[in-house]
Design a protein around this ligand. Structure first.
Ligand SMILES: Cc1cc2nc3c(=O)[nH]c(=O)nc-3n(C[C@H](O)[C@H](O)[C@H](O)COP(=O)(O)OP(=O)(O)OC[C@H]3O[C@@H](n4cnc5c(N)ncnc54)[C@H](O)[C@@H]3O)c2cc1C
Length: 440
């Protein structure tokens, strides 16, 4: 009997998944609740709606998301085809005319003979192969079903995460390794501040620009009492000049053995992955704008040239605590024919969502055709994202943008600095993609 793959949600991930399934000769039923029902951020009737910025970020292959774009291009991604066809001038970034972008994808999907679009809110999963790509604002009924029947407690509704920096960009002439009171191994990187440095940092922090909160973000924050358990660092700073000194910048028990004394304040950075290539700023969940995070957090001694692999965010986001629940194909480990794709798997961003849709769609089609699963190697950006989702890092699982901290490191150190390293990583990834693309 001819198999059909059901896909829920015609966003960035769902459209890419649908395309990858259909182009392999498998029929698709694509379920989208628009225009009957809209999430609080979606407003247009078209598919793959960009809910905020029209920039898909860097298009250079020495940038992680630029590399992911090139990988997707080479493998025949619909989202990248649409982006290239509707791009608008934006320097080294790839920005698109959002209406034309969405129209391009909608036309392609609607006119494909193997894809049937059904306008309906989905609230459960039946038999057969299904890809759930209902996004960060998945409707309540579907979220409840996912929680109740598919992933249990492992579904989050809010993302409050601190920034993550590239370990190589931390100035270790200033920062030092130590654990508080020397307990355990010297696991943390510590950035010491003098009183003057603290005062300047505090001033900058309390006057920095915050990102606009959407109404639904504010409501969700209230519901989760996020301000109690997970207060933004700038909100804590506004409580008083010294409040941070008793919170995340507490210096006690952190001695820089090179100078033998305790600093006035210390920012701690915790390892984010086993290789130690990424570190997060402990207690620095924030909703400052990204440029302000870059400006203010680079005032921290040792972080003056920090490369932010991901910025801190606090927003409504439905996502699964994916490690061990999803595998490297984005398939639910506990249920044979159910895949997830998009932001709800723990990838973050438009292109990352499309990338996970590509992998889930490819594998859903292969399952329908009775073929073996394809897991992309971690040396590719698309494979590194899937690996991160399936296995996570060393701490609590946080949604992640494409970045060079999660890709498999090169066997040897590259001379010539960061850009030379990224070039090599990129070359290796694209060689892998060129090798794989004809086999899938
Ligand atoms: C307010 C906001 C701003 C953002 N800004 C940016 C940004 O500037 N840059 C960036 O890279 N990322 C941004 N993101 C993240 C962004 O959502 C993702 O990058 C991307 O859109 C996720 O793709 P997706 O396919 O997972 O979900 P979406 O693109 O959201 O698609 C999900 C689709 O599923 C549909 N749907 C939901 N529930 C159901 C249901 N039960 N049945 C059927 N259909 C359903 C929705 O209508 C929607 O069409 C933002 C997210 C939000 C919420």
């Amino acid at each position: 009997m001819e198999k059909t793959v059901k896909i829920y949600g015609a966003g960035l991930a769902g459209c890419e998944a649908a395309w990858q399934v259909a182009k392999r000769g498998v029929k698709v039923e694509l379920y989208e609740m628009k225009p009957k029902k809209f999430t609080p951020a979606h407003h247009s009737e078209g598919f793959a709606e960009l809910v905020c910025s029209n920039s898909l970020r860097s298009d250079s292959t020495t940038n992680a998301v630029g590399l992911l774009k090139e990988e997707l291009r080479r493998m025949g991604s619909l989202i990248m085809e649409a982006a290239d066809a509707t791009r608008v001038p934006a320097g080294s970034a790839l920005a698109v005319d959002r209406d034309k972008f969405s129209q391009y994808i909608t036309d392609k999907i609607r006119s494909h003979p193997s894809i049937t679009v059904i306008e309906k809110e989905m609230t459960e999963v039946g038999d057969g192969i299904t890809v759930i790509a209902t996004g960060p604002l998945t409707s309540d009924a579907m979220s409840e079903y996912i929680q109740r029947e598919l992933v249990g407690e492992g579904l989050h509704f809010f993302d409050a995460a601190a920034p993550i920096v590239d370990a190589e960009s931390i100035n270790m002439d200033v920062a030092f390794f130590a654990s508080r009171y020397d307990k355990g191994d010297a696991d943390y990187i510590n950035c010491p501040m003098t009183e003057e440095q603290y005062n300047a940092f505090w001033e900058a922090l309390v006057s920095a620009e915050e990102a606009q909160l959407k109404d639904f973000d504010r409501e969700e924050q209230k519901k989760l009492k996020v301000f109690e358990g997970c207060m933004p660092v700038e909100v804590m700073a506004k409580r008083g000049h010294d409040t941070l000194l008793f919170g995340p910048l507490k210096p006690v028990g952190l001695i820089d053995k090179r100078v033998g004394n305790q600093a006035h304040a210390v920012v701690q950075l915790r390892r984010e992955n086993a290789e130690g290539s990424m570190y997060n700023l402990v207690g620095f969940q924030t909703h400052l704008t990204f440029p302000e995070q870059r400006r203010v957090f680079r005032m921290i001694p040792g972080l003056e040239n920090a490369d932010f692999l991901r910025y801190g965010i606090m927003h409504r986001n439905t996502y699964i605590n994916s490690p061990d629940k999803l595998d490297g194909t984005y398939r639910l480990v506990s249920r044979e024919g159910v895949y997830f794709a998009g932001q709800m798997t723990g990838v973050e961003g438009y292109i990352e969502s499309a990338g996970s849709g590509f992998v889930a769609g490819l594998n859903a089609a292969r399952q329908a055709l009775g073929l073996d699963a394809v897991i992309f190697p971690r040396s590719t950006m698309i494979g590194a994202m899937a690996d991160y989702v399936a296995h996570g890092g060393t701490g609590a699982f946080v949604p992640m943008n494409a970045n060079f901290g999660i890709i498999e490191p090169l066997p040897l150190r590259v001379k010539g600095g960061k850009m030379a390293k990224y070039e090599k990583l990129s070359e290796r990834a694209l060689e892998e993609i060129d090798r794989i693309k004809d086999t899938i």
